[in-house]
Design a protein around this ligand. Structure first.
Ligand SMILES: [Zn+2]
Length: 210
């Protein structure tokens, strides 16, 4: 359940140098101006990383559409923006609410989905590279449905239906996975998983040696 104190700063392993993962398909621009980099690092420090049990928990349906929920959604959107991510699930911030935000393309508005349910997925699948704000330095090829239809609610409780294809569809599936305690590591082969874990360990070692 969401409690105010879960919004406070949470310690997490530092991974601020070098190839920090953002939850998007492309890498972050190699050279960020110092201010953008600082904001991104600060946002990433708030994101729970692999090893935190909350990432394996199933989030609970939201029943109260109140100011606290609005504040939570706004905060998630800001963090996602600062982290240069394309999506973020509440569980990644230690909040067990079924809430996700996404913005697949910079020109899009931030969309929040509360209590999202994958109502339909296309038979056509697509493989593409994904990263995850909770898995620094990990890039893996993940197979997903190319198109989805999602039923959800907005921040006021209004029912909404979203149809998406390509990147937005991928991001939505990735974030709904988070709400079920599922990570991209669970959607790849054992070999690929080993390699991903190795990349993450190396990035951590590099960061702590720096
Ligand atoms: Zn993720």
């Amino acid at each position: 359940m969401a409690e105010e104190d879960q919004f406070e700063e949470l310690p997490s392993p530092a991974s601020d140098e070098g190839d920090v993962e953002v939850e998007r398909e492309q890498d972050a621009p190699e050279e960020l101006d110092p201010e953008t980099r600082e904001r991104r690092d600060a946002a990433l420090r708030r994101v729970r990383k692999l090893g935190d049990p909350v990432l394996r928990a199933s989030a609970l349906p939201v029943e109260r559409f109140d100011d606290a929920l609005k504040a939570e959604i706004e905060w998630m959107g800001e963090l996602m923006h600062d982290a240069l991510g394309v999506g973020l699930a509440a569980t990644q911030l230690g909040v067990l609410n079924r809430v996700l935000v996404y913005r697949a393309f910079p020109e899009d508005p931030v969309t929040a989905l509360v209590n999202p349910v994958l109502e339909w997925t296309s038979d056509e699948l697509e493989v593409a590279e994904e990263g995850c704000l909770s898995l620094p330095a990990v890039h893996v090829e993940v197979e997903r449905a190319e198109r989805v239809r999602v039923r959800a609610q907005d921040e006021t409780g209004q029912e909404l239906e979203v149809e998406a294809e390509g990147l937005p569809a991928r991001v939505i599936q990735h974030e709904i996975d988070h709400l079920n305690g599922v990570l991209i590591l669970d959607r790849i082969s054992r070999e690929a998983r080993k390699e991903a874990m190795r990349a993450m360990r190396e990035a951590q070692e590099t960061a702590s040696a720096a």
